[in-house]
Design a binder for this molecule. Structure first.
Ligand code: C5P
Length: 224
């Protein structure tokens, strides 16, 4: 059914990996491509909603005129950008694969190999952007997160929904062939804070993004 989107509705999307510097030439990162988040931004923009896309290091990009891309590198940069942009966003979808930890300090000079056979890096926890936005959101703001689990998927995703005070969690099935990092297809289940669960079939990331956006908009505006 058609949903009436109020004028001046804006959205915030995080996408891609984060890179956490070890020294000037090395980092801790992950294999996230940013494709899912860019597809989400484009699906929202297709519905006429302007999007702030906070994008970690990714070779993907989008030229959609309603999308403003804010490039960041580290989790802390992503956190700062989100904190700045969040007050404007009626809908926030956090799809970035944020590094959980970063090196306690990035060395100012390239770390030398030395003569030891082992080396130690001390890591500290990064701030949880989704949990932070979930904690500070007001009644008019919808916050959506992702969960990528390898065991007891549903149970962990439902815990995440509560712990981060999200309105919806998109549960990614890593079990499925063709789903997850680096693939163009994905299989997800949508878990809402109101208790509804919607399993979507294996689809392209573009189609999944459209379905997620449809669900979020229906959840938010379909009370007419
Ligand atoms: O706790 P976990 O990393 O599994 O949660 C995944 C969800 O939380 C994703 O939506 C991800 O974008 C978000 N997240 C975040 N900031 C972090 C870690 C995860 O926004 N530091």
């Amino acid at each position: 059914q058609p949903v009436a989107i109020p004028p001046n509705t804006k959205a915030l999307i995080t996408a891609g990996p984060t890179y956490e510097a070890i020294d000037p030439v090395r980092f801790i990162g992950n294999f996230s491509t940013g494709k899912m988040g860019i597809a989400l931004a484009e699906a929202l923009a297709e519905r006429g909603i302007p999007v702030d896309l906070v994008l970690g290091p990714s070779k993907e990009s989008t030229q959609h005129p309603l999308i403003t891309t804010h490039k960041v590198v580290s989790a802390r940069e992503m956190y700062d950008a989100c904190e700045r942009l969040f007050p404007e966003a009626a809908i926030s979808i956090l799809s970035a694969a944020v590094a959980d930890f970063r090196p306690q300090e990035a060395a100012a000079e390239k770390i030398k190999k030395g003569s030891e056979d082992t080396m130690q890096l001390t890591l500290v926890k990064n701030p949880d952007i989704l949990a932070h936005l979930g904690a500070i959101k007001n009644a008019g703001q919808t916050v959506v997160g992702f969960a990528l689990e390898t065991n007891n998927e549903l149970e962990h995703a439902l815990k995440k929904l509560k712990a981060k005070n999200a309105d919806m969690i998109v549960l990614n099935s890593l079990q499925e062939a063709g789903a997850g990092f680096g693939h163009d297809t994905n299989k997800v289940t949508l878990l809402s804070a109101d208790g509804t669960q919607t399993a979507l079939p294996l689809q392209s990331k573009k189609e999944i993004a459209k379905s997620i956006v449809d669900c979020v908009l229906a959840l938010k505006y379909n009370n007419a």
